[in-house]
Design a protein around this ligand. Structure first.
Ligand code: LLP
Length: 423
């Protein structure tokens, strides 16, 4: 459930009508709901109840400081994949002691900064990375807490671009090699083994792949135990899906209760701290993107609704053929219904936000692209020299400009003309 609701024909974000937001901040514009973010985060903490746990929000899904700051206040930890994300978390008041660092190619300077601020754990994805981390920690006179990201080779049944737990994917250490890599980790002087980690993919709509992965990780943990390697926490990654259309992904409560039930039958399972790295399930349906219809362009085979947002603002439809609901903000005036491709101003045929949508709209109308709070603004670019949109956080009746629309000058900031006479 989210807090974007229709009230007498006008779409609201919490208690603010979206047309007012468009007037104040312009379009295209991302709008987030504080109450929805809070609700989604709490769904996890409540689902886990008294079981020791830490919810490390995946910063990549939406890294706006207002979002991170809110989640930090709610007690969230963070899953980061770059030093840029780490600095955002620190800037937003996040606790470094609740940060886990994922990613296949952490740079030495990124490792050093994470060691300096004292993060909770490095999720290490390969043997050479383990060796690099040991060397960096040694130079700084530190001991790095590590967890190995194991690739359990389970089919997450999701889009191939966002499936990460198969043998063929670049991520993690193959489950069959994990034992020897753990032995190496335990033998290196500047590392301390803390956890076991996996992340099998994103937008999963069933619990079965998660439970399959858990089963394989428990077998591995038993083998590690036999070798005297104890694991304090098990990190099951992110990946829980959201309803974009008619998907019915498990609620965090069902997901957690199935995991907890399995763990209760495993020796030591009740004391094992569980970590999760949800991104989409917290942020996606806590945001929409507002856009205005510029022109309606009827055609022989297709009608186009040309809007002021484009693939550079929200790339998921173009990149993954992702379906996101597109709804008019104001349905109070009579309009003729037609089938439209909703397209942007960018010079590419792939520039669409939705195809074959039945809409009753006229030029000048506002549309809301739903489920845009995750992997929306963060994936935006300046393609076609388009400034990136504003981001607004709504809290009840109040609005907060969480990120100003980029200016034209910012488009060439850092660039330099060639000097007179060449270089
Ligand atoms: N942990 C790790 C190590 C990850 O790689 C990811 C996502 C997450 C956690 C968070 O997963 P989530 O809970 O959000 O499913 N841009 C794509 C999604 C890419 C996901 C990448 N990894 C999209 O727009 O669908």
């Amino acid at each position: 459930m989210d807090h974007f609701n229709d009230r007498d024909g006008l779409l609201f974000a919490e208690d603010v009508p979206l047309d007012r937001i468009a007037e104040t901040y312009g379009t295209p514009c991302y709008v987030y709901s504080k109450a929805t973010l809070t609700r989604h985060f709490r769904a996890y903490t409540e689902a886990l109840g008294g079981h020791p746990h830490l919810i490390c929000y995946a910063v990549k899904a939406n890294s706006n400081l207002a979002v991170l700051g809110l989640l930090a206040k709610l007690g969230a930890g963070f899953d980061i994949v770059s030093v840029g994300e780490l600095e955002r978390v620190l800037k937003a008041g996040g606790d470094p002691d609740k940060v886990v660092f994922s990613g296949v190619a952490k740079q030495p300077h990124e490792m050093a900064r994470a060691l300096e601020v004292g993060i909770k754990c490095f999720n290490v994805e390969s043997r050479p990375e383990l060796e690099r981390l040991n060397a960096v920690a040694g130079e700084l006179g530190k001991v790095a807490p590590v967890s190995l990201r194991v690739n359990p080779d389970v089919d997450a049944g999701t889009h191939p671009y966002i499936s990460t737990g198969l043998k063929d994917n670049k991520f993690g250490i193959p489950v069959d090699d994990a034992l020897t890599v753990y032995e190496l980790a335990a033998s290196l002087p500047n590392l301390q083994v803390k956890g076991l980690d996996c992340h099998i993919g994103s937008q999963l709509t069933e619990t079965a792949p998660f439970l399959d992965a858990l089963e394989r990780l428990l077998v591995l943990m038993e083998r590690l135990r036999e070798r005297g390697i104890e694991i304090d926490h098990l990190d099951l990654g992110g990946g829980l899906g959201v309803p974009y259309r008619d998907e019915t992904p498990p609620h965090p409560f069902d997901y957690a209760s199935q995991l907890l039930s399995r763990l209760s039958r495993w020796e030591g399972g009740e004391q094992l701290t569980l970590l999760f790295e949800p991104g989409r399930s917290i942020a996606a349906n806590a945001g929409i993107m507002l856009t205005r219809v510029e022109f309606l362009k009827p055609g022989e085979t297709k009608n186009f609704a040309i809007v002021d947002a484009a693939m550079n603002d929200l790339i998921r439809p173009a990149l993954y053929q992702a379906w996101q609901a597109i709804v008019p903000v104001d349905t109070r005036s009579a309009r003729e219904t037609s089938i439209y491709d909703v397209v942007g101003p960018v010079c590419e045929t792939g520039d669409f936000l939705g195809q074959e949508r039945e809409l009753a709209i006229a030029a000048g109308d506002l549309l809301a692209v739903r489920s845009a709070g995750a992997y929306g603004f963060v994936m935006a670019s300046n393609y076609n020299s388009r400034p990136r949109p504003a981001e607004v956080m709504v809290d009840g009746e109040r609005c907060h400009l969480a990120r100003a629309r980029e200016t034209l000058e910012s488009l060439w900031s850092g660039e330099a003309l060639l000097p007179e006479g060449g270089c």
